[in-house]
Design a protein around this ligand. Structure first.
Ligand SMILES: [Zn+2]
Length: 95
């Protein structure tokens, strides 16, 4: 999920040992909340469940929104390379 790191305002290239206790707690809560929200909505809109019903999750905060304004600060969302994949971040909020 692209937005799991946005909720606690963490940059995807941060190493786990660099996170203080509060950041670790907020990351843990964000993982639970984002996954719960996505499963409550039956998954992503282009996915299908065991009953072949489409998911209803499509409201990303920063995920897949390159070039659009951050919903918190208005900075332009950028797509960055993170290891073998890409991530969408707000360069102002996520540090
Ligand atoms: Zn922002």
């Amino acid at each position: 999920m692209q937005d799991i790191l946005f909720r606690p305002r963490l940059h995807p290239l941060r190493k786990i040992p660099s996170l203080d206790e509060g950041e670790q707690r907020r990351l843990y809560q964000a993982i639970q909340q984002e996954l719960q929200n996505a499963t409550d909505l039956g998954g992503l809109i282009y996915e299908r469940d065991l009953y072949n019903q489409p998911g209803r999750f499509q409201q990303f905060q920063v995920g897949y929104r390159e070039g659009k304004p951050c919903p918190v600060c208005g900075s332009i969302i950028v797509k960055i390379r993170t290891s073998s994949t890409s991530s969408y971040i707000c360069p102002t909020c996520q540090t």
